[in-house]
Ligand binder design. Structure first.
Ligand code: CP
Ligand code: NVA
Length: 310
């Protein structure tokens, strides 16, 4: 099995198309093995260090369970444990962790922090969410779409909501594998121009279509996948009121879902703020795959760790 060794995963495009497909294939195999009760201990004796500056349910559970199921061990370093950049400089932390751990995962506020960690680490660093990207979420999302649709060919993903970490990684991931990506976002909350231009270049190469609008109806019409995320991300709590006003017309409800293809799937990275970006009704509808999507964080992260851990 080819391993993606010696690499960091800070942004989804740190992986190439072949590597992404390899992770998806491995994830599908590992999922099947797990369901059949096969024990895999390919990471026996390996240690994952997990730095968390922010809360987490799925990412922590997925990384920690992944290491357990693969025969390795994960260590949780929460905000009060190492006080990143306050008790100790980030480059010193990276040096020390490299002496003990085989791979590092970090969930941070500023994206620059994962870059400093990676620059000063001798082992691979995985971004477990920064203010700029959420690459392991995008891997789980691709796995989910691939499982549900059986292909990426001619699949159209419609994201409704904020130009944030999740939508940025999703945009790149979609166009990299040749899926069409559409996004409905209110003025002032769009993804940065540089990311959009870069995604457009990738789309040109892969033949994907990419489209932005401030009209959710236009974007969702005939889509295969409807995806949303919170209006207020972790660290933006002081803007919550203002964002609620700006995004009021961007709620995914049954009426909006009705514009997508009849068999369209509804996706959300979770946690959800029901009544804001999505109604509870949509989340529990027959089209919703949000809990399969959450479970796929585990399978995709297991595959990623198998390929990245030396
Ligand atoms: N989707 C996701 O990253 O969830 P957590 O914030 O709970 O890890
Ligand atoms: N955009 C959200 C994603 C949470 C998984 C946040 O950053 O809070």
């Amino acid at each position: 099995m080819k391993r993606i060794k010696g690499k960091d995963l800070l942004r989804i495009r740190d992986l190439d198309f072949e590597e992404i497909m390899q992770i998806i294939e491995t994830a599908l195999d590992l999922k099947k093995d797990l369901y059949m009760g096969k024990v895999m201990d390919v990471l026996k004796g390996k240690t994952l260090a997990m730095i968390f500056q922010k809360p987490s349910l799925r990412t922590r559970m997925a990384f920690e369970t992944a290491m357990t199921q693969l025969g390795g061990h994960a260590i949780y370093l929460g905000p009060d444990d190492i006080k990143l950049g306050k008790r100790e400089d980030i480059d010193d932390i990276a040096e020390v962790l490299s002496r003990m751990a085989d791979v590092i995962m970090a969930r941070v506020f500023e994206h620059e922090v994962v870059e400093i960690l990676a620059k000063n680490s001798r082992v691979s660093v995985i971004n477990g969410l920064s203010d700029f990207e959420h690459p392991t979420q995008a891997l789980g999302d691709l796995l989910t779409i691939y499982e549900k649709r059986g292909t990426f060919d001619k699949v159209t993903v419609a994201f409704v909501g904020d130009g944030n970490n999740v939508s940025r990684s999703l945009m790149y991931a979609c166009v990299m594998v040749g899926m069409n990506f559409r996004m409905a976002v209110p003025r002032g909350y769009e993804l940065d121009e540089e990311s959009v231009e870069e995604a457009k270049m990738i789309a040109k190469r892969t033949g994907a279509e990419i489209f932005f609008s401030d009209d959710p109806k236009e974007v969702v019409k005939d889509a295969d996948v409807v995806y949303t995320d919170v209006w207020t991300s972790m660290g933006q709590e002081s803007e919550a009121e203002e964002r609620r006003r700006a995004f009021e017309k961007y709620r995914v409800d049954m009426e909006l879902m009705g514009l997508a293809k009849e068999n369209a799937i509804f996706m959300h990275c979770l946690p959800a703020h029901y009544g804001e970006e999505v109604t509870k009704e949509v989340s529990r509808s027959k089209n919703s795959v949000i809990f399969d999507q959450a479970e796929n964080r585990l399978h995709s992260i297991k595959a990623l760790l198998v390929h990245m851990t030396p």
